[in-house]
Design a protein around this ligand. Sequence first.
Ligand SMILES: NC(=O)c1ccc[n+]([C@@H]2O[C@H](COP(=O)([O-])OP(=O)(O)OC[C@H]3O[C@@H](n4cnc5c(N)ncnc54)[C@H](O)[C@@H]3O)[C@@H](O)[C@H]2O)c1
Ligand SMILES: [Zn+2]
Length: 362
Amino acid sequence: MERVTVPIPGRSYDVVIGTGVVAGAAEHLPAFPKAARAFVVADRSVADRWFEPLSAALGLRALHAVLLAVPAGEDAKTLQVYGTLVHQLATQEAHRDDVVVALGGGTTGDLAGYVASTYMRGVPFVQVPTTLTAQVDAAIGGKTAVNLPEGKNLVGTFYQPAAVLCDVDALATLDDRDYRAGLAEVAKYALTLDLDLLDQLERDPGPVLTRDPATLERLVARCVAAKARTVGADERDTGLRLVLNYGHTLGHALERLDAFGGRSHGEAIAIGMVFAARLAEERGLCAAGLAARTARLLNALGLETDGALPPVREILAAFRMDKKFLGGSRFVLLEDVGRPVVVEGVTDAELGAILVEMGAGR
Ligand SMILES: NC(=O)c1ccc[n+]([C@@H]2O[C@H](COP(=O)([O-])OP(=O)(O)OC[C@H]3O[C@@H](n4cnc5c(N)ncnc54)[C@H](O)[C@@H]3O)[C@@H](O)[C@H]2O)c1
Ligand SMILES: [Zn+2]
């Protein structure tokens, strides 16, 4: 069992990582004085496996668990589903001391967090992430969101959970595609913030690929620690936290242009990290070879780094929608592995040239 504290002033909380963490939830959760019920937001397939053990554990703390079922995947992150959930809370007379629990992937967590942060102006919130993406990234740091047709994550809040429980046993049932998508976020931490992790993944990705539980516990804990440090230094995403968006500008654009139905988040950011490395090389910011090294790492983790891209003009238009893309030109790039910098003033001509090299049409 590993425990990592997310050091947000006044609202610090612990992330517990290990096997059997859901069954042991009664021991790991903080006190929720006056809470009678826990409203557990989950999609059907996650609920089928995990609602009962979670419900039994909450019962040991005299919390009655109520399941609120939502669609799986990105379909959950809509204003409509949000509306349905807050109505359900209101009709069931959820109290301001009751707890909202997100049980599932990053989509469930983003949605449930937005519900928890807004229902009665905020009720206690717990994250129980069950995908690798959610355990290493989405469940930590307090960003909540739903999507609009105009773009991803355009409506949301900053709202920290009271606790995060990462049960690595859940990762055993993830399909390969979802697991690999999480490995893209793992690679992001390794490339930007954790050279020991990078070394370990480059030397032998085997135990990670076979999902060895002890390896997963250490892997998730390392990534959570990297995210916790970053978020602790910059809760509101104005400086250091931007680093966590490495590869995400192109990633978000690709997700958006696929109308959220094509590449997964992780698959899209894998391509985005290679793109960022090429941009850094092109600008002479880093030594030649970073893009090839990035692609090698991602390919070894089972992630594709080539494949069809939308036309350049559509990608450039999508960049302008990105919240991080201030003034149309800001990117997180690497001077070397482990040395991220924010670069301003990148032109459409530079971006377009690299996109064409990577196979995008004009
Ligand atoms: N808030 C943040 O800081 C942050 C950070 C990164 C990503 N995100 C968001 O997270 C979302 C992606 O999250 P995701 O990759 O977890 O995808 P997801 O939530 O869509 O889950 C993927 C699929 O895995 C299934 N699943 C979940 N747990 C499972 C398990 N244990 N076994 C088998 N199947 C399981 C789900 O039913 C779903 O179909 C995106 O919307 C992204 O924007 C948010
Ligand atoms: Zn991400």
